[in-house]
Design a binder for this molecule. Structure first.
Ligand code: R5P
Length: 313
């Protein structure tokens, strides 16, 4: 595309956005974010974007609603200021777990997709969304990128031939298959039942994990309940230490930090799709997704294929 390239790191993703801009060798787009006494917010773009190919990089982790609104305000400001093309890069998409209707409950993923659509984006980029099917909730074209090769690369540095990739629930089986293929390891999975938002129960381990060092893989770690239940079930089934973890999105809500510390895990590998607190540096081993996002933006800007960056699931 002939139009100048501009990337705005949104208020939820300043550090990741700066890294992406550094990788692209451009300065971050300039804007100010104001909060009024009544709690309402406003965004003012402080540079010309008329005729630009604009990328707004904003994760929608907690507080999800606030981060969604910031994305929409930024999109509105850019659109009104004359951006030629607008792409939302949403490294972590909140509400994606609510992808099926249960009883008379709301369908959060569909509602979140409708909210994002209000930004009138030309294209969306997501990374390891909870399910690839979430793409179908958007009318806007989606490039679904994956951090699995990068995390598998980090895992490969310590995983031996006695490793085993473990899906902590049925939903993570396809993801585990991608890791198992990349690491050339067998896989097992845990039969999990969710009892509440932060309580899960592991009913059984399917596959022989005896004498093997597990690496639990999942799209995200939120309260840590899923990883904790899987780790305990694996120990009970005869797996050996250390048990490692690889998740794309580390939300670390509720008691997750205490749980992780109590579990005495090996390495907990993740990415920076959600901003990582400095205090978690000793707890997590972070592989940045900035090179992945920069490659995707560059390819899209040059109208080249993104096939090698897309999810293998
Ligand atoms: C669920 O289907 C997801 O893939 C994760 O397993 C889950 O959301 C992790 O949440 P938590 O850490 O709260 O158990």
């Amino acid at each position: 595309m002939d139009h100048p390239l501009t990337v705005f790191p949104g208020p939820a993703s300043p550090a990741l956005g700066s890294k992406v801009c550094a990788a692209l060798q451009i300065s971050p787009g300039r804007f100010v974010y104001r909060r009024f006494p009544d709690g309402e917010t406003e965004i003012e773009v402080q540079q010309s974007v008329r005729g630009h190919d604009v990328y707004l990089l904003q994760s929608t982790g907690p507080p999800v609603e606030e981060h969604l609104m910031q994305l929409l305000l930024l999109a509105d400001a850019c659109r009104r200021a004359g951006a030629a093309r607008l792409t939302a890069v949403i490294p972590y998409l909140g509400y994606a777990r609510q992808d099926r209707r249960v009883d008379r409950r709301s369908l959060g993923a569909r509602v979140a997709a409708d909210v994002v659509a209000l930004g009138r984006f030309d294209r969306l980029m997501l990374i390891d969304a909870h399910t690839p099917a979430v793409e179908g909730f958007f009318e806007t074209p989606v490039d679904h990128l994956t951090a699995v090769p990068r995390l598998a690369g980090a895992a490969a540095r310590v995983t031996g031939a006695d490793g085993i990739v473990v899906a902590p629930d049925f939903g993570a089986v396809k993801l585990a298959r991608a890791y198992a293929k990349a690491l050339r390891l067998p896989m097992a999975f845990v039969h999990k039942t969710r009892l509440s938002g932060d309580a899960v129960e592991a009913e059984a381990v399917i596959g022989d994990v005896r004498g093997r060092r597990p690496i639990i893989v999942d799209d995200m770690l939120s309260t840590g309940g899923t990883v904790a239940a899987a780790a305990r079930a694996l120990r009970a089934a005869g797996a050996v230490e250390p048990i490692s973890v690889a998740v794309t999105h580390a939300l670390l809500v509720g008691r997750s930090r205490e749980l992780l510390d109590e579990l005495s895990l090996g390495r907990v590998m993740t990415t920076d799709t959600v901003a990582i607190a400095a205090t978690d540096a000793g707890r997590l081993e972070v592989t940045s997704v900035a090179p992945l996002i920069a490659s995707a933006i560059q390819a899209n800007h040059r109208e080249q294929s993104l096939a090698s960056l897309r999810t293998p699931l």
